[in-house]
Structures are given as structure tokens and as C-alpha cells.
Design a protein around this ligand. Structure first.
Ligand code: ASP
Length: 274
């Protein structure tokens, strides 16, 4: 929620807009009872993750999208905000408009700055890859698992495009008997392999969180073939023992671990070299 409220390029109302200039937000949440809620293509609401939680708690549905999601949010007391791009998003949108170049399946690897290119992750000057979704998996003091995921999605996407982040099983999956997983990176390629669900199923078969993430990353690389060099995907998982692991296609995926003992920023392992 803090990140959603900040004026940044990647999450919340100040983020990079779609190709028509509108910021559209996606979020989902899942608890230890397999209750889940999701909103997608949501405009002018500051905290999509809170609306997703209300969908879970107050409706018989899992997913609300677009104007219906917005109407529900307003009915629940969320204020309708004016869209205000962050200076960073404003600049990158203006830069993008000069060419208005849209390359759906391939990340613009020439983009050297942080933030979204046309499609989410971009390679940075230091050789690392950025990513932008905020995904969280958590274990409470009783050992119960839950998770959430929130994003503005890919910058300069087609109007109406959804990525993996609001989709239960793709951007997030929780099975309280086994583990939980969340994803970031190129949503289309996470959806293709039901990414987070696949990681949880591999943990069910006995793989550690790290190995389960790695297997699904390798599956994506196999499917993409040579095009894998142009995309970034990262998974972060926790199992029922509280063990945590992550893996990405390329360098640059970092995750934070917070326990009673303190906080730690960890660089995930990656499959493809530079
Ligand atoms: N997964 C998000 C999407 O495809 C973007 C990201 O994680 O950077 O919408």
C-alpha cells in the first residue's frame, strides 16, 4: 500500500500509463483458506490491493474489472482520484509518444533507464534487469500462508491489456498445505505457464522454493527459445517450513525477506548469463 501511494513509475496512480495515456492498475490477494480477490483494469483508485481485499471479503466473486471494479471501489468508500503521472512516468510517456512504437512480444532492450519500456522489464546500463510489480508472500505466527500482488502492469501497453499480476495462479498462488508464490516480469510469459501455480505444484512434489522457481523459469526459457534473452521473469516462493527461494531469467531480480530477526535484501539467482 505504501508503494501504491508513492509517485513512482511502476505501481499506483503515478505509474507509466497505457499507450492512450491512462494508468490502469491490477492487484490480487489470497489467504490461507484459498479465499481470493482481484481487480484489474482499475482506473483512478489509489489502492487497488485494498479493493482486491474487499472483493475477497465482501463479494461472492474473485475478480472485478474495469468500470465495474471502479464502481465497487467507490461504493466501498474509496475516493475517485485524479490521475497524476509521476514526473518520471510523464517523461517516459512523452519520450515514448515520439515514436509510439509498440512491440508486444519483445521487451525494448535498448531502453537504458529504469522503469518500464514498452513491456515491463528493461535491461539497465549496469547489465541488470529491472522489474516493477510488488509481490508479497507471507507466513504468520501460526504458520499460515497468504500473499498479494499489485502493479500498473506494462508501460504503454494496449488499452485493456492485463498481465499476470491480477490472475490467481499466474501472478500469485497460495496453497496453505504447501506454499505460496508470486511473480514479476513479462506477464504474458507468466500466464502461459500458470507460473505461480506451477511453482507451488512443484513444491508439493518436494522441490525447495528455489528449485521450484528455477524449474518454471527454465520452462519459460524453453518455450521462448532464443527470444528468452529479451524478457525478464522472476518468481519468489515460500514453503510450509518457512523456507524462501527465488529465481529469475536474468540478473537483477532482488527480493526482501523480513522475519522477527530483521530484514535482508537478497539477489535472486538467474539462469541466463550476460
Ligand atoms: N508482471 C507485470 C505485468 O506483466 C509487470 C511487471 O512485473 O513488471 O503486468
Amino acid at each position: 500500500m505504501v508503494t501504491e501511494g508513492e509517485q513512482n513509475c511502476c505501481v499506483g496512480l503515478g505509474a507509466n500509463p497505457d499507450r492512450d495515456g491512462f494508468v490502469t492498475l491490477d492487484a490480487c490477494i489470497m489467504d490461507e483458506f484459498s479465499n481470493c480477490g482481484s481487480v484489474a483494469f482499475l482506473e483512478r483508485i489509489k489502492h487497488p490491493i485494498s479493493v482486491a481485499r474487499r472483493v475477497m471479503e465482501k463479494t461472492p466473486h474473485v475478480m472485478l474489472v474495469g468500470i465495474g471494479a471502479q464502481q465497487f471501489a467507490v461504493a466501498e468508500g474509496f475516493p475517485l482520484e485524479e490521475q497524476k503521472l509521476s514526473p518520471e512516468a510523464e517523461k517516459s510517456y512523452k519520450d515514448w509518444l515520439i515514436k509510439s512504437e509498440y512491440k508486444p512480444p519483445v521487451i525494448n532492450i535498448e531502453k537504458k533507464q529504469g522503469g518500464h519500456g514498452p513491456f515491463a522489464p528493461a535491461k539497465l546500463d549496469n547489465g541488470e534487469w529491472n522489474h516493477d510489480t510488488i509481490g508479497m508472500v507471507a507466513m504468520d505466527t501460526n504458520g499460515n500462508l497468504s500473499g498479494s500482488c499489485t502493479t500498473s502492469g506494462a508501460g504503454f501497453k494496449m488499452r485493456g491489456r492485463l498481465g499476470d499480476s491480477p490472475i490467481i495462479g499466474a501472478g500469485l498462488f497460495v496453497d496453505n498445505e504447501v506454499g505460496a508464490c508470486t511473480a514479476t516480469g513479462q506477464g504474458e510469459d507468466v500466464i502461459r505457464v500458470a507460473g505461480s501455480h506451477s511453482v507451488v505444484e512443484l513444491m508439493r512434489q518436494g522441490l525447495s522454493p528455489e528449485m521450484a522457481c528455477k524449474k518454471v523459469i527454465e520452462r519459460i526459457i524453453r518455450i521462448k527459445g532464443p527470444k528468452a534473452k529479451d524478457i525478464q521473469v522472476g518468481f519468489l516462493a515460500i514453503n510450509k517450513k518457512g523456507q524462501v527461494g527465488a529465481y529469475s531469467i536474468h540478473k537483477g531480480f532482488e527480493y526482501a525477506i523480513r522475519t522477527n530477526a530483521g530484514e535482508q535484501l537478497v539477489k535472486a539467482k538467474f539462469v541466463m548469463g550476460e
